[in-house]
Design a protein around this ligand. Structure first.
Ligand code: SIN
Length: 491
């Protein structure tokens, strides 16, 4: 790959459901380049187990889905965006099925399951690997599309900005900086769960999109609202293995060490269940119990969870599974309107990296793949091209790349761990505004300043810089919220 600029019409940064779906739509209008820092399959989407929320059942209606979303979100949601998403859901699911996603069904009729905070059964699913199936289907289409190029192992370092307009990004590929110039740049780079010691998020979720957007001057919103999934498998794994909420949707119960089902409602919204587990764990371990179901059923309904737990010595049909809350989802992000437009011209954002306001202070389960899907369908009609003359005026920096075995790289790995410890300790489910102000913020400011001074970099170092900047944003927002809301409670 040359060191000269690459020119494309639509630059998509990230290869999860939002990026792939957008790419397939946009490819009808021009050349699309997808940049992904590992392989195209490495995304948050690929880890999504549960499913996608949509109103299909006869007893359900849009109003109920909207109300459930607003209730979970603590009323902090953008109601217009919620209404828009909920109403667009059935047709978005239909299109996904037409593309080849085989949702669970009986004689062609979609089967529905339930998750926390939903007043109706309204989750369509593919076993316990919904995200993986969607990723596979969309990836296959993207890979064979003549207008789409995927650049794997390419790290998007920074957006190219001039006079409040975006012209693409500066990337690192094979130890070289490569500018990629685009008429429209679309951030779909996912979340930031890796800034926490315990997370269900893949290794790639290091807050790169939000950090790049901050440096570019984009508006960021609601970053304090990091959601904790109640039931990660309580083993020291990185990422932690998720045990889908749909296990409770199909009858699983949460029990304490005495076998007592200690919550009023195991399928309350995620904040309530996570808080209940967190408090119960102060007395002893907490378990998820679905052992009343038969092996044959569990193997068919939850093949991935069943096999993974078996590998660690647990039989779902016999054993209680130890669980713990873990960082799971970034409800806030880069502020966008309903079409994904940020406050920077020609810069758009979709999916977890964006904040359309649909999730408010706490996301309703299975609204995330839905949000990514519905909103990444929207901007295609409005794509505008930039004149070549305008591109000629754009300047981009040349950056020195250091070896991945350098001391600075080793140090940045240690710094990542430090960030994860601080965030877990001070910006978890239980929050204390004073401790954030007096301890966590000064520590993170210091780390951020130190990392900012490093000028010769590589993807590992850049990730640590992004993690520090994103963490700082979360801590600043959390400090301002005197009374924790949604995902968190005061301690
Ligand atoms: C789950 O399967 O429990 C996760 C689904 C989600 O995060 O919406």
């Amino acid at each position: 790959m040359p060191n000269n600029p690459i020119r494309t019409n639509f630059l998509v940064i990230g290869s999860g459901i939002a990026g792939l779906n957008f790419a397939l739509n946009a490819a009808e209008k021009g050349k699309v380049t997808i940049v992904t820092k590992k392989k195209s399959i490495d995304s948050g989407t690929n880890f999504a187990q549960g499913g996608i929320a949509t109103v299909i059942s006869k007893t359900d209606n849009f109003k109920k889905h909207i109300t459930d979303t607003l209730t979970a979100g603590g009323g902090k949601n953008n109601k217009k965006a919620v209404e828009f998403m909920v109403k667009k859901a059935p047709e978005a699911i239909k299109r996904l099925a037409e593309k080849g996603v085989r949702f669970a069904n009986k004689s062609g009729k979609l089967l529905l399951t339930r998750e926390g905070g939903h007043s109706e059964k309204r989750i369509v699913y593919v076993g316990d690997y919904t995200g993986k199936e969607i990723e596979k289907v969309l990836s296959e289409k993207v890979k064979t599309h003549p207008n789409i190029e995927i650049m794997e192992d390419t790290f998007a370092l920074d957006l190219i900005i001039s006079k409040k307009s975006c012209y693409g990004c500066l990337s690192i590929y094979k130890n070289k900086t490569v500018p990629i110039l685009a008429d429209q740049t679309i951030l779909t780079s996912g979340g930031s769960g890796q800034i926490y010691k315990c997370t269900t998020n893949p290794k790639i979720a290091t807050g790169d999109g939000v950090a790049m957007a901050i440096r570019a001057g984009a508006k960021i919103k609601d970053m304090e609202f990091i959601q904790f999934h109640p039931t990660a498998f309580a083993r020291k794994l990185s990422p932690m293995f998720l045990i889908s909420e749909t296990v409770r949707g199909e009858g699983g119960k949460l029990v304490n060490k005495k076998g007592i089902n200690f919550l009023k409602n195991d399928l309350a919204s995620r904040d309530i269940v996570a808080k209940g587990i967190y408090l119960e764990m102060k007395k002893g371990p907490v378990f998820l119990d679905i052992s009343h179901k038969k092996t044959s059923y569990l193997k068919k309904r939850f093949p991935k969870i069943f096999e993974t737990l078996k590998k660690y010595g647990y039989d779902m049909a016999k054993d209680k599974i130890p669980v713990t809350p873990a960082a799971h989802y970034q409800c806030g992000g880069i502020e966008t309107d309903i079409k994904g437009q940020t406050n920077i011209k020609n810069l758009f954002a979709f999916g977890e990296v964006a904040c359309t306001g649909v999730h408010g202070a706490n996301r309703l389960a299975s609204n995330s793949l839905l949000e990514a899907l519905v909103f990444s369908d929207q901007i295609v009609k409005n794509l505008k091209k930039i004149s070549e003359k305008e591109f000629k005026k754009v300047k981009f920096q040349k950056i020195k790349i250091v070896d991945k075995n350098s001391n600075k790289t080793k140090e940045s790995k240690k710094t990542k761990k430090e960030i994860q410890e601080i965030m877990w300790e001070y910006a978890g489910i239980a929050r204390n505004c004073n401790k954030i102000k007096k301890t966590a913020l000064p520590k993170m400011e210091e780390i951020n300043q130190k990392l900012k001074k490093i000028k010769s970099i590589n993807p590992e170092i850049a990730e640590s810089q992004n993690m520090a900047l994103t963490s700082l944003q979360i801590l600043k927002a959390a400090r301002k919220r005197k009374k924790p809301l949604g995902c968190h409670f005061a301690n």
